[in-house]
Design a protein around this ligand. Structure first.
Ligand code: FAD
Length: 415
């Protein structure tokens, strides 16, 4: 470790931690990222949204992503395709109503996350792997104490910082240590997934789009198929825990459900599993507050909703983009209203996604997505949401998401 005191310590080197580190280093702050795992390391969350390209740009990370996309096998992505028992809908993100990028990538996160954190280090952030944060003592004098363990030799260390950013994802370090946990308003769902090698030559399949298919008889169960550029793809199924009660392992949970979905089986064709099946349960989480004196929570360390619209990395990056300018002002001695300037506007976008996630599971939004005669302007606005533009208040489907979804659902269900 280069110092014993830092301006900012960031817990976790995922996308939110890397973006915050990159921005703080470019502002010449003494910033340390503590990451317990050695990189490259696997993470789920492989399909990005176009909106996040803007956030990567604001963090100074977009160029490196675009320059390395081909070499690292990032798959070009320009939309989302949906399939439900014979109904097929395609959203091309370039046809969205919001201004901003209309394309992005599907990425193996071990490569993507490593690229981002390496670029943050190139900007001057100190990044230490194999360092697990275990305790924090928040002080009023602007010197928070962070206790960590060096996992290589089990040594315990203590550092201080003026500001602490928790970007620990599902590690949820500060929510656990500061008693900030708050139950999610979503039921406990489960995802089973793996990587497969497959040609994906089905005539209706477009490898530039994520494919989301719905279980033929149970619309609460859905599947993702996310192709990568190297001939492999991520395959997953999501549903309430109770639908997996008879499956005693990850393999059974995934493949029993995939066997139920004939179109997905057709698209998959002959495939070999190249990364073993795995299960994650109960990933939806919330917190009582996203900030406190001298600290803030980024990305999944704050709230995580649901994987269905691939919003996780976009929200994670957005939280970093919003927090860092406020951290800089606070380090500069200014008083910042974190509720007004961070929590409320960040939550506005998260709440937009929440409306549509809820609508997906109660089928109202599914009926809108699959409605074959959608008005072009409405489709463009919905396309904006699906492309991640959940903070674009010019879009009525953002501004008044619940009311708009209700109205458009009625129109689609009546006709
Ligand atoms: P993470 O990427 O989780 O990074 C946190 C880091 O903190 C980790 O590297 C971890 O090792 C480290 N850490 C944890 N505890 C400690 C500690 N005590 N000390 C030091 N380091 C620590 N999002 C999308 O955008 N697209 C998708 O297609 C998508 N699909 C998903 C599918 C499923 C089934 C699930 C559950 C999620 C999905 N997500 C998706 C969400 C996405 O995975 C996350 O939102 C995203 O990774 C959050 O980034 P982050 O920076 O907050 O945290």
């Amino acid at each position: 470790l280069a110092h014993s005191h830092y301006d900012v310590i960031i817990i976790g080197a995922g996308p939110s931690g890397a973006a915050a580190a990159a921005m703080l280093a470019q502002a010449n702050k003494k910033v340390l990222v503590l990451e317990r795992q050695q990189f490259p390391r696997f993470s789920i969350g492989e399909s990005l949204l176009p909106q996040c390209m803007m956030y990567l740009e604001q963090a100074g990370l977009r160029d490196t992503v675009e320059q390395h996309a081909q070499e690292l096998g990032f798959q070009f992505k320009d939309g989302a395709a949906f399939y439900r028992g014979g109904e097929h809908t395609v959203f091309d993100f370039r046809e969205k109503s919001s201004t901003g990028p209309g394309t992005t990538f599907q990425v193996k996160r071990e490569k993507f996350d490593q690229l981002l954190i390496q670029q943050a280090a190139a900007y001057g952030a100190e990044v230490q792997h194999g360092m697990q944060v275990e305790q924090v003592a928040l002080q009023d004098d602007g010197k928070h104490c962070v206790k960590l363990r060096n996992l290589a030799d089990d040594a315990q260390l203590e550092l201080t910082c003026a500001f602490l950013l928790d970007a620990s994802g599902f590690g949820r370090v500060l929510p656990r240590l500061l008693d900030l946990e708050y139950p999610s308003d979503f039921p406990v769902r489960q995802a089973a997934f793996c990587h497969v090698k497959t040609e994906l030559e089905h005539p209706t399949f477009d490898r530039n789009k994520i494919l989301i298919t719905v279980h033929p008889t149970n619309p609460e169960i859905w599947y993702w198929l996310i192709p990568f550029a190297d001939g492999t793809a991520s395959l997953g199924v999501v549903g309430s825990e109770r639908f997996f009660a008879d499956d005693d392992n990850a393999k059974a949970a995934l493949w029993r459900k995939v066997q139920d979905e004939p179109y997905l089986l057709e698209v998959l064709g002959d495939c070999d599993v190249v990364r073993d099946e795995q299960i994650i349960t109960g990933y939806s989480a919330n917190v009582k507050q996203l900030h406190g004196k001298g600290y803030a929570l980024l990305g999944n360390a704050g709230e995580f909703l649901d994987p269905v619209f691939s919003s996780g990395v976009t929200i994670a990056l957005k939280s970093a983009i919003m927090a860092v300018p406020l951290v800089l002002r606070e380090l500069n001695g200014e008083t910042v209203d974190w509720q007004q300037e961070f929590s409320s506007p960040l939550r506005k976008g998260i709440d937009t996604f929440r409306t549509y996630v809820k609508g997906w599971y109660d089928c109202s939004f599914q009926d809108v997505i699959f409605y074959p005669h959608q008005q072009a302007t409405i489709k463009q606005m919905i396309c904006s949401i699906l492309a991640g533009y959940a903070w674009d208040l010019q879009n009525p489907f953002v501004r008044e998401s619940e009311r708009r979804l209700k109205v458009v659902t009625e129109l689609c269900q009546e006709s």
